[in-house]
Design a protein around this ligand. Sequence first.
Ligand SMILES: [Zn+2]
Length: 437
Amino acid sequence: MRLAVENSHTALGGNLLGRDIAGRLRGYILSLYSKLIPVKAIAPDLGGEGELDRALLVEDALRELGLRPTRVDAKDERAKGGVRPNILALVPGELETPRVWIVAHIDTVPEGDPSLWRYPPYEATVVDDRVYGRGAEDDLQGVVEALGLVYALRELGLRPTVPIGLAFVSDEEAGSHYGLRYLLERNVWGRPDEDWFIVPDAGSSDGSVMLVAEKHILWMKVTVYGRQGHASMPDRALNALRHGMRLALLLDEALHKEFTEYDDLFDPPVSTFEPTRKPENVQNINTIPGVDTLFWDNRVLPSIAPERVEKLFKAIAYNYASMNEVRVNVETVARDEAGSATPPNHPLVEALAEAVKATRGVKPRPRGIGGGTVARYLRRRGYPAVVWMTCDETAHQPNEYARLSYIVRDIETLLYFYTSHTWKKLQKLSAAGGAAQ
Ligand SMILES: [Zn+2]
């Protein structure tokens, strides 16, 4: 069996499954989707009752595959059952380490405006290659790829070279406090050379994009205090909006002038500073606002300490206040540090890149993004983590869908990755390195 796979690696360019097994795998994936999509799993913070019902389905699926799942629940009185469930399972490999974990989140965002959906959001509707439904991509695709990988291994009668860890986590859409971050606090994983992570929760349509880095996220709130008055008598008022706008433009210019670092690993390759939310100041047109508030969403390259950006906000704002009659207040609403990038030459990235190249015929592209995924919490603890899957990026949208053909190909890539012989070469190399020291 092992030999057959080695041959197909080279001869068939990654067509590892064969038509029979691919067909059965497709049926298995559809049966998973038709069970998982109808069971809502929305975080209490987003108005739902949590993930327990969906977690029970995932546990059943793991047991059916012959695995013994472990539950690591975080307490949350607001949720059904009083818990936010997390599930771990391990498929042993020929080697003990590295254990390479697939992390998928089982919670989903609400469906939004139902009139925008062509298909019912809580049914798995199959149209040609697409499965529609809330969560089909984000992140039930990760869930079915992880389960489908174990299913395919079993069908092929294969044992992976390195152990496959499966982690199904809650609460990703509302901050991961009861999900991945809870697992990290509980120290469920070992050292960064023992546990590595693949996060199928974002990607591109050709499967080439591998996300290895993120930016710091820094949300700021700037409030300007003037004096409210009648709009017909501005001489008796102090227009906080006018000063707020002037200050916003000064900030905009200063931030973009100061932080010009460029890193083409990232898309976009620079830090971004965007004024975004503007809460209402007055309710009527004929009142001069006495208070003006503006929020900023900043995505800062990891080479720049977020404190430097906070300091510039304060310096510009308090300087402005000292030269004008207004008072200002600058607050940090959220500061979420990215952790250092997983180097593109880390063996995890290289092995996945090799699998992508061999099975997909595309050039793998390690990239960084401004958006936040659970990988940042792993990287902050020093673990290598790659975010990768193949998708059309329909997450959070009405008519969200996943493509069956993408899922089957992702599973083929993962099969190649986990059964690769490179792992044994790597182990010999590191043993030799260890002996030499
Ligand atoms: Zn997601």
